[in-house]
Design a protein around this ligand. Structure first.
Ligand code: ADP
Ligand code: MG
Ligand code: MG
Length: 213
């Protein structure tokens, strides 16, 4: 599979919704250790709403771009807290970059993903190493883009991204947080896995699964 269409994006986002629901308590435990404990709830609720939006027969998106745009708008409006606007803004940028084409190449999907990461970093002002979702997203996006630019199709590019996200997620454990609520803990944030990097890992894992399906 080397093109992305709306059914791939819908399948992917349904899988994200399922994963956030399944791992809700794990995300809550992680956020209870270094935040306010709501990340699992925020993500499960947000992506459940995305699923409802995208599955509504009257507004079934005809293109990957419109699906991502609708998902982002839903996340921004439904999810309180730091992560909603960051994920939502990123999805909206990604959707805008893809426009209304009914099929986009893996390379164009990668370019949209790169723009989405830039939005996330502009909104949150976090850089890799700050112990945030950027620590999973930045290497994942880099791996996806590298694979796409070397001519890989969607499944290997998404697999590479999922692996990089997982490595980045685990690498947040020894870091001291410099952004978000966890930063208030200072040195006490060390030794805990970042909740947002963990949910980001689920997003990329679901993409790899959808790409293989
Ligand atoms: P809140 O902290 O408002 O309760 P969530 O619990 O939903 O929001 O999300 C927390 C996650 O958001 C953190 O684990 C971190 O990954 C991410 N995050 C917080 N602030 C930033 C930021 N400025 N830039 C990037 N990611 C951030
Ligand atoms: Mg929280
Ligand atoms: Mg909160």
């Amino acid at each position: 599979r080397d093109v992305v269409d709306s059914s791939l994006v819908l399948d992917w986002l349904r899988r994200v919704s399922t994963a956030m629901h399944q791992h809700q308590h794990h995300l809550i435990d992680l956020d209870s250790a270094i935040g306010d404990g709501d990340h699992g709830f925020n993500m499960a609720r947000g992506f459940a709403a995305v699923r409802v939006t995208l599955d509504a027969p009257s507004q079934r998106p005809a293109s990957p771009g419109t699906a991502l745009m609708a998902a982002g708008t839903t996340l921004v409006s439904v999810v309180g807290g730091a992560a909603g606007p960051l994920y939502g803004g990123a999805f909206r940028t990604w959707g805008a970059a893809l426009g209304t084409a009914t099929e986009v190449s893996t390379l164009r999907f990668a370019a949209g993903l790169t723009a989405a990461l830039a939005t996330m970093q502009r909104l949150g002002a976090a850089v890799p190493g700050d112990k945030t979702m950027i620590d999973a997203c930045s290497p994942a996006v880099g791996a996806f883009r590298d694979a796409a630019e070397s001519g890989a199709g969607l499944p290997p590019a998404a697999r590479a991204a999922a692996r990089a996200a997982e490595t980045g997620m685990l690498a947040t454990i020894p870091l001291q947080a410099r952004k978000g609520r966890a930063a208030y803990l200072g040195l006490r944030s060390i030794g805990h896995q970042d909740p947002g990097a963990t949910s980001a890992c689920y997003v990329f894992r679901a993409l790899a699964e959808a790409a293989e399906a």
